[in-house]
Design a binder for this molecule. Structure first.
Ligand code: C5P
Length: 313
């Protein structure tokens, strides 16, 4: 087959805990990640030339080598030069539905789709762990995005352990179109303010990781106790992002004032999510919050947790 279309879901973090610094300059994390069914559509086609070409209607998406989807295709060309020679270059078309620079892993899930798609396009027969290893070379969230669903991510974020599926919770995503938060800025600010709390010894790191593994949120996920899941949301990066972005804090407060299961910032933000039991309630709360906030730059999406990452269409 000469072309593939893939669905690339966004993610939210139900838990994001910063444990300490790593020798590679990143942070040691323990996160609980969750895919949602708001996603981009990625189309891959062998173009019979040498080039990798990117196409996207959204002007916020870079179409050059800085795009993670481009980097993913380039990585595969470097890793599999014979296949690259046989099949030639690749056209990658991104239908962007996930808000850009939003803390929803939009770029990472596009890169994950390119890895999965090229594996199919070139019949490479790579396994999920092999694809995850390539993903880790591109970004910390890419390995999770490949299989998606519900998972614990540790290390830099690239070590993934699946958790029982959650799929009956509705998710409102809310983002100001004129607001973006730099992920390196958020992590660096956290380091500046909280590095006195960092744990660096391997025993301390594994204790903190184990605490999440055996903790209440994982138990609530196993029992599908949605009220408890909503009450146990946790994100260390809120400590640095919310004081600098009061609009994001106000948005969380606006959701928490409604009858939601819980509300929090996703990743390094600025997207806020709120969890609801059903779609009718989620739609109603999304429009009520839009009215309360009354800011034309605020966009809301109602979607659902989903149990998969990249899938072919
Ligand atoms: O891996 P990725 O390129 O997505 O990370 C973006 C930035 O987020 C990094 O440059 C780093 O500043 C920060 N980060 C971190 N520790 C992690 C993951 C990300 O400090 N585990």
């Amino acid at each position: 087959m000469q072309s593939y279309s893939l669905f690339a879901p966004a993610k939210i973090n139900l838990h994001l805990e910063i444990i300490g610094d790593r020798p590679d300059g990143y942070h040691q994390l323990v996160m609980i990640m969750q895919s949602v069914n708001l996603g981009d559509i990625i189309r891959l086609r062998a173009n019979g030339m040498d080039e990798i070409r990117l196409f996207c209607q959204n002007p916020e998406v870079p179409l050059d080598h800085s795009n993670l989807a481009y980097k993913a295709a380039y990585l595969m060309q470097q890793q599999f030069p014979k296949s690259a020679q046989n099949f030639g270059g690749i056209d990658i078309t991104i239908e962007k539905n996930i808000p850009v620079a939003a803390g929803l892993a939009g770029g990472s899930t596009n890169a994950a789709a390119v890895l999965v798609g090229i594996n199919l396009l070139w019949s490479l027969g790579l396994t999920q762990p092999e694809l995850r290893d390539f993903g880790a070379l591109l970004g910390s969230d890419v390995p999770f995005c490949i299989a998606g669903g519900t998972a614990i991510a540790t290390g830099r974020g690239e070590e993934i352990e699946p958790l029982p599926d959650l799929r009956d919770i509705w998710v409102i995503l809310a983002k100001y179109s004129n607001l973006s938060v730099s992920t390196p800025w958020a992590y660096n600010s956290y380091r500046e303010q909280f590095n006195h709390l960092y744990v660096s010894d391997s025993q301390g790191i594994s204790q903190r990781t184990h605490k999440v593994h055996s903790g209440d949120l994982v138990k609530a996920i196993s029992r599908k106790n949605y009220e408890q899941i909503g009450s146990l949301l946790f994100n260390d990066l809120e400590k640095v992002v919310l004081p600098d972005f009061p609009q994001v804090k106000a948005l969380i407060d606006a959701f928490q004032a409604k009858n939601v299961l819980g509300s929090m910032m996703s990743g390094s933000g600025p997207t806020v999510f709120a969890l609801c039991n059903d779609k009718v309630q989620a739609d109603a709360i999304a429009s009520e919050v839009q009215k309360t906030v009354n800011n034309p730059n605020l966009n809301c999406w109602v979607c659902k947790m989903c149990s998969h990452g990249i899938v072919t269409l």
